[in-house]
Design a protein around this ligand. Structure first.
Ligand SMILES: Nc1ncnc2c1ncn2[C@@H]1O[C@H](COP(=O)(O)OP(=O)(O)OP(=O)(O)O)[C@@H](O)[C@H]1O
Length: 572
């Protein structure tokens, strides 16, 4: 709730207008039956002048109520949209500050739902609070008091009706509240399923998994339908039940007024007004109950958003760390790392030092910890034990901007953004000139296909880079990595989709053009790192050997084994 309070402060004027309008609207609804009673009395007394006067007052009151209603809706919509936009932005900003560990904890699909569906729920909640939740208590209390004033001797009908409706609605709304919570969970799951399926559509199709995926999705969707249907049943049960209670109350009123009409002739004019108040009480309880059920859905969303906003980034940078020009030296001192939630460490007591400008290969079997080691250099995670330093500074004391400027990480999976090729490259260097981009494209061997486009670097990368081949994506991804001439470049299996010739050309160009840059090349194939100054050999998270190709062939049985196996398979 504090999120709402915090944002509501900014819009207090609009909120005030909306509340004043709501009070006027409720007041007008409450006064109408009183006027109606006066009209009835005038009709019974055959006083035409009064009938006209009260009739006109009735119309004016209705118009005032209508105008107040419109004003309330305008301000409530303005406040709810503004608060939703603020919350969305704040959430987005917070997610940007998240580390990998934070994002993995929530999952991307879940974060998307929290930023879209949950924010919409909060928007509706604010709208509801400013419209119904303020009006309903005024209507209920007002109609209750006025009903008692109108026909005091029938107080017991009012009380009995309220008790019956409150008891039955409490039961139904409690059931609904639980179901709404379940719906939220199911929507989350449905979104994650749809997202995974659409993102992996090629895998789904190539492995003929459409049927399985559809079955899985349908099961979830069916459950969602089932829960929605139960809510529908509850609604369909609730409305007639409430109607029955209110009609019984009306019936009892007519019966008791009719029976004593001779004793209390004035009650004849009051009966319409009394019934109107009964109906207002009835609607206030019913709409109030329904709204609070919907509101509970909004509060669930609010809690989910709060969870995101309250999550401390797993990794923070020191605000007082000065911005410096970091060199390409890298050192690992007794580094061990365990992924959050894992029992086994992915890296065990790894130590090594690399000097600026060295080219370092990292090899090892699948799952041996190569990517994990590389991820510690740009500080995507902090080591669990030990210290990683770049340019001689422990990463825990480094300035974030300086680190980002020094290290460039080209990921195993090339991810590009929709927009121009140039926009993608400028993510590597904000103000990259066309010369910078040309040079980067030459190094990454992307120039050969970019030059074929009439619009060159202005050529559009479509959504999910669907108009580029795997190799083209990797080349652009490498170009983005080298465009800013980083001090440290990490290529995580980044040339796997390139043919042997292109891979060799990329490495030669890196050697020549980025001779001052420390380059880490993670590779499955030893042939990709043969020419590296040194090669780190990882085995089950341990750094088992380090040296150049010739030394390792001589001294490292694991390296020799990998090399010979690959040679036998003809990987070279
Ligand atoms: N995000 C993660 N959460 C939990 N465990 C992880 C995560 N990423 C990797 N691991 C585990 O850490 C270990 C090392 O993984 P890593 O990706 O570093 O290996 P790798 O040598 O790069 O493998 P590959 O050559 O297949 O890319 C593996 O056991 C893997 O299952």
């Amino acid at each position: 709730m504090y999120i709402l309070k915090e944002h509501a402060k900014l819009y207090w004027r609009d909120i005030l207008f909306s509340i004043i309008a709501v009070v006027i609207m409720a007041g007008s609804s409450l006064w109408q039956p009183r006027l109606l009673q006066s009209v009835m009395q005038a009709i019974i007394a055959d006083d035409q002048d009064k009938v006209v006067t009260y009739g006109i007052q009735l119309i004016i009151l209705a118009i005032i109520g209508l105008i107040a209603g419109v004003i309330n809706t305008i301000f409530a919509a303005k406040v709810s949209q503004s608060i939703a936009a603020d919350v969305r932005q704040k959430e987005y900003q917070q997610i940007q500050s998240f580390s990998f560990a934070n994002i993995e904890k929530f999952s991307t699909g879940n974060l998307v739902v929290r930023m879209t569906n949950d924010v919409n729920q909060v928007q509706q909640l604010v709208m509801m609070i400013l419209q119904s939740l303020t009006r309903i208590p005024i209507l209920f209390v007002g109609a209750f008091i006025l009903a008692l004033i109108t026909l005091p001797r029938l107080w017991w009908i009012v009380v009995l009706m309220v008790v019956l409706i409150v008891l039955s609605s409490q039961f139904i709304f409690k059931q609904m509240g639980k179901l709404f919570f379940k719906i939220q969970q199911l929507i989350d799951h449905t979104n994650t399923l749809a997202k995974e399926n659409l993102q992996g559509v090629r895998v789904v199709k190539s492995f003929n998994q459409e049927e399985n995926e559809t079955k899985h999705f349908t099961e979830n969707s069916d459950e969602l339908t089932q829960v929605n249907t139960i809510i529908g049943y509850l609604f369909s049960l609730m409305i007639p039940m409430f109607m029955l209670i209110s009609y019984l109350a009306i019936g009892a009123t007519v019966l008791f007024v009719g029976r004593d009409v001779v004793k209390h002739p004035n009650d004849l004019a009051a009966v319409t007004s009394f019934i109107s108040y009964l109906m207002q009480i009835f609607f206030a309880i019913m709409i109030g109950g329904m709204m609070s059920t919907f509101a509970s859905r909004g509060f669930v969303s609010l809690a989910r958003i709060k969870e995101v906003l309250d999550t401390k980034p797993a990794l923070t940078y020191r605000a007082d760390a000065p911005e410096t020009d970091l060199s390409g030296d890298v050192s690992f001192k007794n580094v061990s790392f365990t992924y959050p939630g894992d029992d086994e460490p992915a890296l065990k007591n790894v130590s090594f030092e690399v000097k600026s400008g060295e080219m370092i290969g990292i090899v090892g079997a699948t799952g041996s910890g190569k990517t994990t080691l590389a991820q510690l250099i740009p500080r995507l995670y902090d080591p669990t034990i030990g210290e990683v330093a770049v340019g001689g500074t422990d990463l825990k004391n480094v300035n974030e901007k300086s680190l980002r400027a020094a290290v460039s990480f080209v990921l195993q999976r090339a991810i590009l953004f929709s927009g121009k090729i140039a926009d993608n490259l400028r993510q590597g260097k904000k103000n990259a000139s066309s010369e910078d981009m040309k040079r980067a494209a030459e190094i990454s061997q992307a120039a050969e296909f970019i030059n074929r486009y009439e619009d060159g670097f202005d050529h559009l990368v479509e959504e999910r880079s669907s108009n580029l081949s795997g190799g083209q994506k990797q080349r652009l991804s490498i170009a983005r990595g080298v465009v800013g001439t980083p001090k440290i470049l990490i290529l995580d299996d980044a040339t796997s989709a390139l043919d042997a010739r292109s891979e060799k050309l990329v490495q030669q160009a890196l050697d020549k053009e980025l001779s001052g840059t420390t380059v880490f090349i993670i590779a499955e194939k030893i042939s990709s790192v043969l020419h590296a100054d040194r090669i780190l050999v990882l085995d089950e998270g341990e750094l088992v050997s380090m040296g150049n190709h010739a030394t390792l062939l001589k001294n490292s049985p694991i390296y020799r084994e990998i090399y010979q196996t690959q040679k036998a398979k003809g990987d070279d």
